[in-house]
Design a protein around this ligand. Structure first.
Ligand SMILES: Nc1ncnc2c1ncn2[C@@H]1O[C@H](COP(=O)(O)OP(=O)(O)OP(=O)(O)O)[C@@H](O)[C@H]1O
Ligand SMILES: [Mg+2]
Length: 422
């Protein structure tokens, strides 16, 4: 169990948290949600003790261990991959180091012997003998092949490092697991694996994510950060979203009724308060009016931006027809062969592969950025198509203009709509 008591924090004038009191417990998985900049990451840093709040404190049930997904991708650059994972369990790792230091001594005293046997006992109690195989299993399940387990972290690429840090957080069955956006930069397979891991996990999870599907799959509770407060709701993300929308609707319709009534009474008072015969009635209504409360609806501080594609003209029947497409990479690796498919109106298609070169090559061919070795790509007459490649840094290499001017380059519409950018 982890308890947050009277926590407040502000940066300069900006109040992030105002007297927050909540408890996270059991084998629940709490999804922390809130607008960008609401303070989700900061809250996790307060939970882990990395950031001191201005007031209040966080307490963890004695004897319980918290593990946190590290954000610094370079911190372990000089460490071995397998060691990095085991460092996730601080205490176990320290004992291993102490043990090794004693055994490495040339003049091994009696005292050393006693110390070593104490350490061995603690090590065994913590299931230390299984630490290495457990770390290796986590790594392999996250797609880090065995030959990289003994490499140093600096030899790994970015996405691999992220998966090792994730394994580090998950290692050794922590009592409280704190994860800030763990699905960022993970491939689909690793995300699915993480979802299964968290579903099987028996302890408390506190996770920040913008990935609704992930939150829906793993969360038992939602903790919503808004207006410097945190409210916990039972249920997954969709349940929270739908109930919060409903509550807002109900509140605004109740308010509308109250507001209508208030207007009616006010009109009556205005009309008759000067009229002696009606003035008693007007006074009574005045009293009624004072009783009607029009709740001030606090609209959520969130914005739900959307990219809405409005086609320049209605698409015809034929969208895209791909026939017998084949491609071999410049290194001679066959990426795909005889790929044929039809794209119909309103289709939304995900292209997935274990080989990111293959998906990239297919997308490049569909967007005329590369040519196929054989086969055809036929877009319908009415179709215009665009492409957001990955990587896409080349779009941003020379940036003489501001963002709006830069966007204007891609639009027929040269006027600036305030509602569009607001
Ligand atoms: N050390 C700091 N000093 C001053 N301001 C800070 C500091 N750390 C964070 N902030 C500010 O506090 C606010 C909350 O930041 P935080 O990173 O916690 O938000 P978040 O909810 O995690 O956002 P996102 O969804 O973008 O990850 C932001 O406005 C940020 O600029
Ligand atoms: Mg954040």
């Amino acid at each position: 169990m982890i308890t947050v008591d009277n926590v407040s924090l502000q940066f300069g004038k900006r109040v992030l948290f105002d007297d927050v009191n909540i408890t996270f417990s059991g084998n629940n998985c709490y999804g922390i949600i809130g607008a960008n900049g609401a303070g989700k990451s900061t809250f996790l840093r307060i939970l882990s003790g990395e950031k001191e709040p201005n007031t209040g404190h966080v307490s963890i049930e004695p004897g319980k261990r918290m593990a946190v997904l590290k954000q610094d991708h370079f911190k372990h650059d000089n460490d071995q991959v397998l060691h990095t994972v085991m460092m996730g369990h601080d205490k176990l790792w320290t004992i291993m180091q102490e043990k090794d230091a004693i055994y490495a001594k040339e003049d091994f005293s009696d005292e050393d012997g006693i110390k070593a046997s104490q350490l061995e006992e603690e090590f065994a109690e913590m299931d230390g003998w299984n630490a290495e195989p457990e770390a290796a299993t986590l790594l392999s399940e996250l797609g880090i092949p065995a030959d990289l387990h003994y490499a140093t972290m600096s030899e790994l690429d970015g996405p691999q490092k992220i998966r090792v840090l994730l394994a580090q957080a998950l290692f050794g069955d922590p009592d409280i697991l704190v994860l800030d956006e763990p699905t960022n930069d993970l491939d689909l397979k690793s995300i699915t694996w993480l979802e299964d891991f968290l579903l099987d996990f028996k302890n408390t999870v506190i996770v920040v994510s913008h990935d609704r599907h992930f939150l829906d799959t793993v969360c038992t509770h939602i903790a919503d950060i808004d207006f410097s407060k945190i409210n916990i709701y039972t249920g997954n993300y969709t349940f929270w979203y739908e109930s919060s929308q409903l509550a807002l609707k109900q509140r605004s319709s109740a308010n509308k009724k109250a507001e209508d009534k208030r207007k009616e009474l006010q009109a009556f008072i205005d009309r008759f308060s000067a009229n002696a015969s009606k003035s008693r009635q007007a006074t009574a209504r005045k009293k009624m009016l004072e009783k009607i409360k029009v709740d001030e609806i606090k609209p959520s501080s969130r914005k739900y931006p959307a990219i809405i594609f409005t086609p320049e003209r209605e698409a015809g029947k034929q969208i895209l027809s791909v026939s017998k497409l084949s491609k071999t990479s410049s290194e001679g690796e066959l990426l795909f062969k005889d790929v044929s498919f039809e794209v119909n109106k309103d289709d939304k298609i995900a292209i997935i592969s274990n080989n990111s070169l293959a998906t990239k090559a297919l997308m490049d061919i569909l967007s005329d950025e590369a040519s196929a070795d054989s086969g055809t790509v036929d877009f319908g007459q009415t179709i215009t198509h665009t492409y957001l490649p990955n990587p896409n840094d080349h779009y941003f290499h020379d940036q003489p203009e501001n963002l709006i001017d830069w966007l204007r380059n891609f639009s027929e519409e040269k006027d600036e709509f305030p509602w569009f950018f607001g």
